[in-house]
Ligand binder design. Structure first.
Ligand SMILES: O=P(O)(O)OC[C@H]1O[C@H](OP(=O)(O)OP(=O)(O)O)[C@H](O)[C@@H]1O
Ligand SMILES: O=c1[nH]c(=O)c2nc[nH]c2[nH]1
Ligand SMILES: [Mg+2]
Length: 165
């Protein structure tokens, strides 16, 4: 957990698309994957971009909730991985798990247990969870809160000097 967060790292749609594409490029260099499991909700957007870039058509979801706003609550699995995709994994298919970020690693730990042989990829990583991720693009410090574009709106920003204009 990292509340209060001292730093903020706002990410635009354009930057998120670029970073997700960079993740796809890195994954393309690692090997091929038969299916993606996106960790909903945050993993849905990068999973769609990676699926498009790597031409992966089988996209499954697992829904995990770990945070209420910026406070970590207990992990809740709201939707399990479907039986056909678990069967694919048992039969040796290469599964790619995608999430937007790893923070404390709680979510990653729970999903990894569901798919022990899968490759785990995130766009961003914080130090506490980094070891649980096989591939990521950008690391930010533990006391940084990442603001994703789907949680942001265009708004007035006060000048750095602290003045009003
Ligand atoms: O490494 P952790 O400490 O577990 O934190 C990372 C998880 O937290 C966020 O999900 P959240 O629970 O907020 O749900 P959401 O994806 O539906 O926004 C984020 O999308 C990751 O899945
Ligand atoms: O939008 C988010 N930004 C974060 O930095 C974070 N960490 C866990 N869950 C998170 N959600
Ligand atoms: Mg999430």
């Amino acid at each position: 957990m990292n509340n209060p967060n001292e730093k903020s790292f706002p990410v635009s749609w354009d930057q998120f698309h670029r970073d997700s594409r960079a993740l796809a490029w890195r994954l393309a260099g690692i090997g091929s994957f038969d299916a993606i499991v996106a960790i909903a909700r945050g993993g849905l957007v990068p999973a769609a971009i990676v699926a498009r870039e790597l031409n992966i058509r089988t996209v499954e979801t697992v829904a995990v909730k770990s945070y209420d706003h910026q406070s970590q609550s207990g992990i809740k699995v709201l939707k399990e991985i479907s039986a056909p995709v678990l069967d694919l994994a048992r039969n040796g298919a290469k599964i790619l798990i995608v999430d937007d970020l790893v923070d404390t690693g709680s979510t990653a730990r729970v999903v990894r247990e569901m798919l022990p042989g899968a490759h785990f990829a995130t766009v961003y990583a914080k130090p506490k969870g980094r070891e649980l991720v096989d591939t990521f693009i950008t690391e930010v410090s533990q006391d940084t809160w990442i603001f994703f574009p789907w949680d942001l709106d265009v708004a007035y920003a006060a000048p750095i000097s602290g003045g009003t204009d």
